[in-house]
Every structure is written in C-alpha cells, then in structure tokens.
Write a protein that binds this ligand. Structure first.
Ligand SMILES: *Cc1c(COP(=O)(O)O)cnc(C)c1O
Length: 375
C-alpha cells in the first residue's frame, strides 16, 4: 500500500527509557501512565503496550471512549477517566470496568443508583481543586462529598487526587503550598491509611521537581514522551535532563530548484531572495500539523545540517533555503522534528517558533500523520 512521504516515527526504547526514569524518581509510587490524547500524539495502544511491559500500574485518559479502546485492546490495568463522566456514559463504566473521577457531588447519587441497579460495586476517585483553579471540588467541600460517597453501599472511594498548576516553576512555591493543603485535608479525613486507597497529585513536573509529591501514585504524561514539563531547559539540574524525545517527524525533498535574487517566495511573497537561492521543496504543510505559524521562522535538517524555512507554509508545501548545503536533491530525507546526524530539532524548539508548548506540537504532528514505530 502506498503511504504519505511524511511520517511520524516513535521510538519504543525511548518510551521505555522515560518510563524507567519516572519510576526511579518515585520508586514507592504506582505509575498511572497518561495516554490521553492518543498518548500525546504517539499512539495510545502502542504506547500503552510499551508502558504495560514496563510495569505501569494504571492508565489515565480523558474520556470514557478512550478507556473503552484500551479495554477492547485487552489491557487489564485500572483505567482512570480524568476529565469526569456524564451519566450517559455510566453503563460503559460498568461494562468496561473503568474508574471514574468524580469532580464534585453532582453525580454521586445517580452513579450509586446505576451501580445498585446492576448490583456492581464501583471504585471512584475524587478530584479536588487544591489550587489549580480548573476542575474539581473545593478543598473545603471535599469532606462533605467524601461522606456522601462513603454512605453509598455500591460506591467505593478508592482515591483522592489534585493537580499542580505550576509544577514546572519550583521558584513559585505554589506546588509545596498545594501539596501541604491537599495533605492537610486528606489527613483530616483519616482515609489515607485504608488499604486500596490512594492519594495522587504529581504530574511530570511534580515527579521531577516537587519533592515528596510522589504519594501513592503519580501521573506522568509529557515526561513519558521525552520532554520536561516546563519547556527547554526547565528540567535543568534534575533527572529530567535524561529524558529522550520519542517522536521524530520526517519528510523528503520533492523538488530541488534554484531561483534568482529578488524572487518572492510563495503566498504573499513574505520572503524575497537576496541572492541566487537553492530551494528544497518539501511536500509537507499545515494539513500535516506543520502549522502556518512556522513560516519564515522554523528550521529543518537536511544532510545533517540546519536550514531555514523561507516564505509561508502552504497546505502541502514548505520551502527550505539550502543554498549553504550544497547538492540537495529530490528524494533526500528532511527531518522536521528529531535527529539527523549530529543535529537535532526538539518539540520545544518547534513550540518556540509556533509560540506554544511541546505538548501541542506533539499532539498536532501525531494526530495528523501516519505513525511508524521503531525499537
Ligand atoms: C494530563 C494530566 C497529567 C499529565 O501531565 P504532564 O504535565 O503531561 O505530566 C497529570 N494529571 C492530570 C489530571 C492530567 O490531566
């Protein structure tokens, strides 16, 4: 079967290496591998297989449908639905043995009624907003909701979680305050010594930068895929420096051509050549997740060297100035993300050119392209 010239490559050994690095940071905590968003663009089922082989104790996804896919693929680990669950999806929770995160008291009774009607007890976790300011119940409301869950014979409160807003910014002191408030509240409940109960708060930033945040379980996402949570350099001085980016994105030169000085390049002529210019045309564009905001700013690797993107990115075409590189030809490999020879381009670098974060770059490229797995 013919396939696109453009492809995303994902290294299984890098995923496994990153999982091991997270594990060693918090050896006594269980690891919930975050595989939401199709494993941050790396492919949910393939990545879950790697993490399961590494001993992941649980998986985290955003929505019920993702959990169902994991079950249908045969995964038996606990699967947590992190973004909350609407009653329309309750049946699927029971059918596929998924663990919902309750975000407040709204669905405690409806879920208990459903569980009773099926005669099945279900584990739930409660999401507390301990300072993230996004989703969950206020710390002050948590004890009452915990009490309501405890009163339901068919519900079992198996955990309480919170989330850090600034785990990648140790200087703020935010994470230490949130961790302390979270532990004060949960200690007050006297629940944390119960068997089969887990407290969890740490995302990647927490694992590498917030000491004591490992608790019973951790929820690494971006670090499993090889990047520090706070962008380039944010993991300095921590084990996060040893993370290995798992994703590469490659294309091939579809045309090599020479244009004279003074040529306006592409839509809008945003770039006008100042010299006789050798161009490599790549059949890649914003349709492939290589966004228009990369025009006139990104760099790509050809022949192991960096070369600048010139002019606007089109839907399916991108121009690279390879005048300095010598004899670039049609068919040559271009690396837009990843390593070629001694040079490499990271998702953090692309994120800077796009004014976003590595997470978004990885999701975009992974969602828009064919993924090939390497060992
Ligand atoms: C996505 C997510 C994580 C993982 O965060 P990273 O910064 O990618 O490690 C952890 N916890 C929750 C609740 C999340 O939604």
């Amino acid at each position: 079967m013919l396939e696109s010239v453009n492809r995303v490559l994902v290294s299984r050994s890098a995923l496994a290496h990153n999982f091991g690095l997270c594990r060693r940071q918090v050896p006594s905590a269980a690891v919930m591998a975050m595989v939401k968003a199709d494993a941050y663009g790396h492919g949910m089922l393939e990545c879950a297989r790697v993490f399961a082989d590494c001993g992941a104790e649980a998986f985290g996804v955003a929505e019920v449908v993702e959990g169902v896919q994991l079950r249908q693929a045969g995964f038996v680990q606990p699967v947590f639905i992190l973004a909350g669950v609407l009653p329309d999806f309750f049946d699927a929770l029971f059918e596929y043995d998924l663990t919902p995160i309750l975000v407040d008291g709204e669905f405690v009774s409806p879920l208990a009624v459903k569980a009773a009607s099926l005669g099945k007890r279900i584990n739930v976790h409660l999401k507390v907003d301990a300072g993230m300011g996004r989703q969950g119940c206020l710390l002050s409301d948590a004890p009452e909701i915990v009490g309501r869950i405890a009163n339901q014979k068919y519900l079992h409160l198996a955990g309480i979680m919170a989330h850090f807003p600034k785990a990648d910014d140790p200087a703020s002191g935010s994470s230490e305050r949130i961790l302390s408030d979270f532990l004060k509240m949960t200690t007050g409940l006297g629940l944390e010594t119960a068997r089969g109960f887990s407290l969890h708060i740490a995302n990647s930033g927490g694992i590498f930068s917030v000491s004591g945040s490992g608790l019973d379980m951790v929820r690494p996402g971006i670090s499993l895929y090889g990047y520090p949570a706070g962008g380039a350099g944010s993991g300095k001085g921590t084990a996060a420096e040893q993370l290995q980016p798992a994703m590469s994105f490659t294309s091939r030169v579809i045309q090599a051509r020479v244009v004279p000085a003074g040529t306006g390049l592409g839509y809008g002529h945003t770039f006008i050549t100042k010299r006789t210019t050798r161009l490599a045309v790549l059949p890649v564009g914003y349709e492939d997740g290589y966004l228009r905001s990369l025009g006139d700013s990104a760099q790509v690797l050809l022949h192991g060297r960096r070369a600048p993107v010139v002019g606007r990115i089109s839907m399916n075409l991108t121009l690279v100035d390879v005048t300095e590189l010598g004899d670039v030809r049609s068919g040559d490999e271009a690396v837009l993300l990843g390593r070629q020879g001694k040079e490499s381009i990271t998702a953090d670098e692309i994120a800077d050119w796009m004014r976003t974060i590595s997470y978004e770059v990885l999701c975009l490229l992974g969602h828009c392209n064919r993924i090939v797995y390497t060992d």
